[in-house]
Design a protein around this ligand. Structure first.
Ligand code: SF4
Ligand code: SF4
Length: 84
């Protein structure tokens, strides 16, 4: 293994770090009926009901499990991936 192999390895690791995908949840509250299923199922306790609509807590943490999406009967919750 030559010295350039180390540089190449560093470059690959940099590229992986730079293409890291971050995800977040969006709620279309128009169809939300405040059934609280998303509140109940989220393992991170990220949802709360405000003024009769589901909302995400300001500092919510998402593990990308998508359980909330499956639980919502009105398809209010969407998952958004974006590269940072
Ligand atoms: S995807 Fe999972 S962790 Fe993220 S908000 Fe929904 S239930 Fe919570
Ligand atoms: S599961 Fe859907 S309809 Fe029920 S509170 Fe959550 S976003 Fe609203």
């Amino acid at each position: 293994m030559g010295i350039f192999s180390f540089f190449k390895k560093d470059k690959v690791e940099e590229d992986i770090a730079e293409s890291h995908e971050e995800s977040h949840i969006e709620i279309n509250s128009d169809n939300c009926q405040a059934c609280q299923r998303c509140v109940s199922v989220c393992p991170n306790n990220s949802f709360l009901i405000v003024d009769g609509k589901s909302s995400l807590k300001e500092d919510y943490i998402c593990r990308d499990c998508k359980v909330c999406i499956a639980a919502c009967p009105n398809e209010c919750i969407n998952f958004v991936n974006f590269k940072i």
